[in-house]
Ligand binder design. Structure first.
Ligand code: BTN
Length: 264
């Protein structure tokens, strides 16, 4: 099912996120475009959607597989009025918002993996890439990029990620309407963003912890060549993961890939 831009714009009229909306059948990366728009002064709520990306990027310099006709690739521009070191709260909130929406399609099967991978049946279904332009004390803007595997099938997934990635269609056996999904997604991100701005991080953190099977388990976090192992204790107020390391020290981890270590 393709995008119906006119209908989409109509449905997003008056909403916090999705106005203005920029749509591209093909683009390098929606994050780059949203960043460019941010620098040019575009307002909060600006959204970029592409049907495909030729330079889709993931965290830690990875490639985000972005073929046409099946998935969601979108970036939204936010201009929060808080200190840059609290910016990771936004991507944590986005993870919660995505997980909540995907749970409506697959109840009970959606989980979050720190920092903000969304898993379906233990496989990755969505990745979030946040980028920021800020001074030492103020955020100018944050670009929140989300890639959701919606209708891609098993054979279209690159072989190297087939065992660790999935899509909504693979797990439900049904084709999903991307347009309806993105409308409810934008609405839910707006809801959690408002919660963050008006009331702070507590409710987001609680929801995140409920959706994260990692807490209380032994984990390993790898960042480039370095690893930290220990018990995941929780999520700190700046979005970092708190780990009780093997030598008994409490450490905070700000970036990397966390996996649960299987106990034998
Ligand atoms: C990750 O899990 O590593 C993050 C993946 C983020 C992918 C999305 S797709 C839309 C936006 N544009 C990009 O180039 N990346 C993000």
């Amino acid at each position: 099912m393709g995008w119906n831009l006119e209908a989409l714009e109509k449905r997003l009229t008056g909403k916090v996120i999705g106005q203005p909306l920029y749509y591209y059948p093909e683009i390098g990366s929606t994050n780059d475009e949203a960043f460019r728009l941010g620098v040019a002064g575009a307002p909060e709520g600006t959204a970029v959607i592409a049907d495909s990306q030729t330079k889709g990027r993931g965290r830690l310099q990875r490639v985000w597989h972005s073929p046409p006709g099946s998935n969601i690739y979108t970036s939204i521009l936010l201009r929060p009025n808080f200190s840059p070191d609290l910016a990771p709260r936004i991507s944590i909130a986005a993870g919660v918002a995505v997980a909540e929406i995907l749970s409506t399609y697959c109840p009970g099967l959606v989980e979050l993996k720190w920092p903000n991978d969304v898993l379906l049946n233990r496989k990755k279904v969505c990745g979030i890439l946040a980028q920021m332009k800020a001074s030492a004390s103020d955020i100018d803007f944050v670009v929140l990029g989300m890639g959701i595997n919606v209708n891609i099938n098993d054979k279209q997934l690159p072989p190297d990620i087939r065992t660790i990635a999935t899509s909504l269609a693979i797990e439900t056996g049904q084709e999903i309407d991307r347009q309806e999904l993105i409308i409810s997604l934008y609405e839910n991100i707006a809801k959690w963003y408002k919660e963050l701005i008006q009331r702070g991080f507590d409710a987001i953190k609680e929801k995140w912890l409920n959706l994260s099977p990692m807490i209380g388990k032994k984990v390993q976090v790898m960042f480039r060549d370095e690893g930290v192992s220990g018990k995941a204790l929780g999520l700190d107020d700046d979005g970092s993961l708190i780990i009780l390391s093997l030598n008994g020290e409490t450490v905070k981890v700000f970036a990397g890939d966390a996996t649960i270590v299987k106990e034998r």
